[in-house]
Design a protein around this ligand. Structure first.
Ligand code: NAD
Ligand code: UDP
Length: 311
């Protein structure tokens, strides 16, 4: 049994990862300031006496007594709507929060996992994106608070690896969806699910020909655990390579929900990436992981949850 700190534990991915680590027999300390997370996501975890929770902002000094085997840093604003509302908090959690959690990992001699993002590639000129691609990011652009916080975070992780010999992992996570996403999160799948299930028009931004590649949450958690258990101390893409246009996504959502909502088009947010698809060669060869859940299947599994969130 390991003793593991998960930051961002009340969030979508953090709560699923917490449940998985508890099921594997570990002791988990969850930490979150609930800026975008919800403690209901941890209802199952609270039933487990190997779980404890700290309501704490990770940009402030973190004190955890006793030993720690691992620090998994997931805390961040993650949806474009939320990080545009909280740009300074986003920059602080990627910079100061990553610094504090790295300092804690060094102090405890713990293995460290950083959840980076496909956004480090910006609006990519190369598709699919291999880890070697350096990205096309505007440092003063509307998404820069997120992109640059994660790029800085990766750099800080690398510095702790090189300078302090810290055992590190860096996951570059691509668009992930499933139960426990907030309905008001603003990301495309919660938006479309809510609209389809309430008979409202699905709001496709721009012409809908931009692409994303969507990964079901169970696959993502398996990918993060596999990466953590590997010895790869360089960034690894974790996601699903099944690339779809947003128009296609809207059609699949209408189909799995059985909705007769219409599709409307709204203005494309500035600098919305045109394409995004992970090159998974490294995940397959060095981590021994690849996703197994298709888009239609994953969306179908998610419908009951999204339905339960509608008042
Ligand atoms: P989420 O918003 O559901 O969860 C993030 C959690 O971090 C929230 O519970 C929030 O309250 C917490 N948090 C934010 N700032 C904090 C702070 N200063 N101190 C303590 N807690 C703080 O988002 P998610 O989708 O679960 O994302 C988890 C991680 O994965 C993030 O680092 C995100 O950047 C990364 N990621 C997610 C996706 C995706 O598609 N879900 C894609 C790429 C990267
Ligand atoms: N999008 C959309 N309608 C919505 C929400 C999002 O067409 O109601 C588009 C958005 O412009 C982007 C894609 O869906 O092209 C994915 O957006 P999301 O906010 O989920 O995440 P991103 O991949 O941009 O970080």
């Amino acid at each position: 049994m390991s003793r593991i700190l998960v930051t961002g534990a009340a969030g979508f991915l953090g709560s699923h990862l917490t449940d998985r680590l508890l099921a594997d027999g570990h002791e988990v300390i969850g930490m979150d300031n609930r800026v975008s997370g919800q403690t209901e996501n941890l209802d199952d975890a609270f039933e487990n006496d190997r779980f404890s929770f700290y309501d704490h902002d990770v940009t402030e000094f973190i004190h955890v007594s006793g030993e720690l085997d691992a620090v998994l840093h997931l805390a961040s604003l993650a949806s474009p709507v939320f990080y545009r509302d909280h740009p300074i908090k986003t920059l602080k959690v990627g910079a100061l929060g990553t610094h504090k959690t790295l300092g804690l990992a060094k102090e405890k001699d713990a293995t460290y996992l950083f959840t980076s993002t496909s956004e480090v590639y910006g609006d990519p000129e190369v598709n699919p994106q291999p880890e070697e691609y350096r990205g096309n990011v505007d440092p003063y652009g509307p998404r820069s608070c997120y992109d640059e916080s994660k790029r800085y975070g990766e750099s800080l992780v690398r510095a702790y690896r090189d300078k302090h010999d810290l055992d590190v992992r860096v996951a570059r996570i691509f668009n992930t969806y499933g139960p426990r996403m907030r309905l008001d999160d603003g990301r495309v799948i919660p938006n479309f699910m809510k609209q389809a299930l309430t008979g409202k028009d699905l709001t496709v931004y721009g012409d809908g020909e931009q692409t994303r590649s969507f990964c079901y949450v169970n696959d993502m958690i398996e990918g993060l655990v596999s990466l953590f258990e590997s010895a790869v101390d360089e960034p690894v893409n974790i996601g699903n390579p099944d690339e779809r246009t947003i128009n296609e996504l809207a059609e699949v959502v209408l189909d799995v929900t059985g909705s007769d909502s219409e599709i409307t088009h709204e203005e494309l947010p500035p600098q919305d990436p045109q394409v995004r698809r992970p090159d998974l060669s490294k995940a397959r060869s060095e981590v021994g992981w690849e996703p197994t859940v298709g888009l239609r299947e994953g969306l179908r599994k998610s419908v009951p949850y999204f339905n339960s969130q509608i008042e």
